[in-house]
Design a protein around this ligand. Structure first.
Ligand SMILES: Nc1ncnc2c1ncn2[C@@H]1O[C@H](COP(=O)(O)OP(=O)(O)O)[C@@H](O)[C@H]1O
Ligand SMILES: O=C(CO)[C@@H](O)[C@H](O)COP(=O)(O)O
Length: 465
């Protein structure tokens, strides 16, 4: 029996077809998404269609699930047409709306108590407030609001009217108007932010059916991409996953919901009925892409250069806020390089500083997770950036914990496929799939890297345009 999993992530769409019982990879496909922080959902549909065709189609799968980038605002009119291009999780134009909403409810503690998170520009609720004030005509036409994975699932199921929209706990928990702790929508907060109450998707449990493919096979509830990665990588208690994709994320599966009034840790839900406390940065793999482009080298050479410089890069520090930042909440910030001397003005030092700076921002996130009760026995590194040898070797020096890297793979799409297998096979828990051999990296912590980063990270300037 075959099942399919989809990862509609920021930069691309990936489809895997796996054996439901063993997890063995049978077929796969992928297609690129357009650049930008505002993307028309039709571009995701085109990429999904292409990736499905590459993967040999879905006619023979017993179930399928879609995972996707979180938080993106997809507005639909009464007929189910898309009202405007979606604002993605990394679009910072709603930063002002986030500050307004936080103040209006009485601050971070009130939001953490209500929905387990404190508004920042990434979250859907702030984008809806922005829409209501910046584009009132589009807000007026909006009859329903959903997320990228909800919309793609709905399309695969035949787009049968707004009442057919479905979502899952993990993605609902990133909207700002659904509480992981209570499992209920906070439609009062949605109304407060948007001025009225559009249709929102029904939230399914871990193996609920969101609709059916043309073949009649069920579609699982799907998931936010980070929750799907946790399922795909088979994270255990004491594991913290760090994903280095377009976003950098650090998260763990927890038995109790998080409610961090500082907003650093978001109290999301997972795919199994548990919780997923998570810290996200806006700047991860693309920092390495940018520095590789600057140095006119590919990723293999960037990695070689980084590993040829000493730990700490002789004091050269790169603060990686190239896209503004979400954690810490500095949407207008730019990146910075500190510690330039004649000796540190080399490609190797800059490459090392880029890897260290990107990882230091994530290490700050790990500290925050520990502050919310997470135990870090080991870090599981996934995402495109985890393919870099320099990232793998430098990560334990920065994180101060052993790092394991599962075999290169599409862990988000795999998590979606594992959810689909759970839907197809039934049972109290998802099927056990063997994950393959992990590589372990046990380098000793080098505290100086984080100390010099901590001294440098406040010294940035805001963008002027
Ligand atoms: N060997 C590598 N070293 C560093 N970065 C890499 C490497 N291979 C891919 N990447 C980067 O990983 C990113 C894609 O990772 P992925 O996890 O698929 O992102 P997303 O899920 O956000 O679309 C791209 O920015 C890509 O350039
Ligand atoms: O906003 C978040 C998590 O809160 C991001 O992690 C998005 O879910 C995008 O993920 P990638 O495309 O970078 O994997």
């Amino acid at each position: 029996m075959l099942v399919a999993g989809v990862d509609s992530s920021t930069q691309s769409c990936k489809v895997v077809v796996r054996d439901a019982a063993s997890g063995e990879l049978v077929r796969e496909g992928r297609a690129a998404h357009p650049d930008g922080t505002e993307v028309h959902p039709h571009a995701w549909w085109d990429a999904l269609t292409e990736a499905i065709a590459q993967a040999g189609g879905l006619d023979d799968v017993a179930a399928a699930s879609v995972a996707g980038q979180q938080h993106g605002m997809v507005c639909l009119d009464e007929r189910g047409e898309v009202v405007r291009p979606a604002l993605l999780w990394n679009d910072t134009r709603s930063a002002g709306a986030a500050a307004e909403l936080t103040a209006e409810l009485g601050g971070g503690q009130a939001w953490a108590d209500a929905v387990g998170l404190v508004p920042v520009a990434s979250f859907t609720i702030t984008k809806l407030r922005w829409l209501a004030s910046a584009e009132p005509a589009n807000a007026e036409r909006t009859a329903a609001v959903c997320l990228p994975h909800d919309w793609l699932t709905w399309k695969l199921a035949g787009a049968g009217g707004l009442a057919a929209l479905r979502t899952d706990r993990s993605d609902a928990s990133g909207t700002g108007y659904w509480s992981a702790a209570t499992g209920e929508y906070r439609l009062d907060l949605l109304r407060h932010a948007f001025g009225r109450e559009p249709v929102v998707p029904e939230v399914l449990g871990p193996t609920g059916t969101a609709g059916n493919l043309a073949s009649g096979a069920p579609l699982g509830p799907g998931a936010g991409d980070n929750a799907a990665a946790a399922l795909g990588a088979g994270a255990l208690p004491g594991d913290v996953l760090v994903s280095i994709g377009t976003s950098g994320t650090a998260f763990s599966v927890a038995e109790t919901p998080a409610a961090d009034p500082s907003g650093t840790v978001a109290g999301f839900a997972d795919t199994t009925g548990r919780f997923l406390p998570l810290v996200a940065t806006l700047n991860a793999a693309r920092v390495l892409d940018a520095v590789a482009a600057l140095l006119r080298v590919d990723h293999t050479e960037l990695s070689r250069l980084a590993l040829s410089a000493p730990a700490g890069a002789d004091g050269l520090v790169l603060v990686p806020y190239l896209e503004g930042e979400r954690t810490p909440n500095r949407p207008l910030s730019t990146g910075a390089v500190h510690g330039l001397t004649l000796a540190t003005s080399t490609p190797a030092h800059l490459a090392r500083a880029a890897v260290e700076g990107m990882l230091c921002a994530l290490a700050d996130g790990l500290d925050a997770l520990v502050g919310q009760g997470a135990v870090v026995n080991r870090v599981i590194l996934v995402g495109g950036g985890a393919r870099s040898e320099a990232v793998r070797r430098i990560a334990p020096e920065v994180f101060g914990a052993p790092v394991v890297v599962p075999p290169p793979g599409e862990y988000v799409a795999d998590g979606a496929a594992r959810q689909a297998a759970w839907v197809a096979l039934g049972g109290a828990s998802p099927p056990t799939w063997s994950g393959g051999d992990v590589q372990s990296f046990d380098g000793k912590a080098v505290p100086r890297i984080r100390e010099q980063y901590a001294a440098a990270r406040e010294h940035t300037i805001d963008r002027t345009a």
